[in-house]
Design a protein around this ligand. Structure first.
Ligand code: SF4
Ligand code: SF4
Length: 205
């Protein structure tokens, strides 16, 4: 009886000691736990996190949006009118389009980075920002365009005005060409009527 009691006690102690082996071992090795958010893990150099767009360098070419496999980039542009061109990028590339809308729905983004590689001006980049949780999902739609709705309307009106003027000039030029052709045809006809034919010349002789 006493033998069983001692055996059970020993087995109990033994299993506790075995169970605590890993715990005891970690008491004597340096801690690897980070006290987040006071401490943060160092991210790998090529870590993919939140996107950033330097809109001043964006030429509105849509290559990023075309490459995106989940269609989370939404871009709209307005062609610059000669009186109101968008200027140049920081590397001196001429811009032809105003970027009136540039939204990224980061909640849909799968961080594939496919939008980054085709960008000709390198203005869309992955950053190391990974803490951007939101209560409201709509706050995860990032807007990078920097024109106000009024400015967008002005750009649109400038373009429409320019296109209307261009169209009017084209119509004017076509009209002038048609008038010149009609005048020439009339002159040619008048000349041919003035000039006697060979038969008439023979009769005169
Ligand atoms: S990282 Fe991928 S999913 Fe996210 S916006 Fe770029 S192309 Fe789209
Ligand atoms: S690829 Fe680059 S330049 Fe072209 S629209 Fe996207 S961000 Fe702008």
């Amino acid at each position: 009886m006493i033998k069983d009691y001692l055996k059970n006690t020993w087995e109990g102690l033994y299993t506790v000691l075995v169970g605590m082996k890993i715990t005891w071992k970690h008491l004597f090795v340096p801690s690897v736990t980070l006290q987040y958010p006071e401490e943060r893990a160092k991210l790998p150099e090529r870590a993919r996190n939140r996107l950033f767009v330097n809109i001043n360098d964006c030429i509105g070419c849509m290559q990023c949006a075309t490459a995106c496999p989940v269609n989370c980039i939404d871009i709209e542009t307005v062609k610059g009118a000669p009186v109101d061109m968008p200027g140049e990028t920081s590397k001196g590339k001429k811009k032809a389009l105003w970027v009136t809308k540039f939204e990224i729905d980061i909640a849909k983004c799968c961080f594939c980075q496919l939008c980054v590689f085709p960008c000709p001006t390198e203005c869309i980049q992955m950053t190391d920002v990974y803490e951007y949780s939101e209560w409201d999902r709509d706050n995860l739609i990032y807007n990078y365009a920097n024109l106000t709705p009024q400015e967008v309307d002005i750009k649109q009106l400038n373009l429409e005005k320019f296109q209307a003027e261009k169209e009017a000039k084209k119509i004017e030029a076509a009209k002038a060409k048609a008038e010149a052709a009609a005048k020439k045809a009339e002159e040619d006809k008048a000349k041919s009527e003035e000039k006697p034919s060979d038969d008439e010349k023979k009769e005169e002789k």
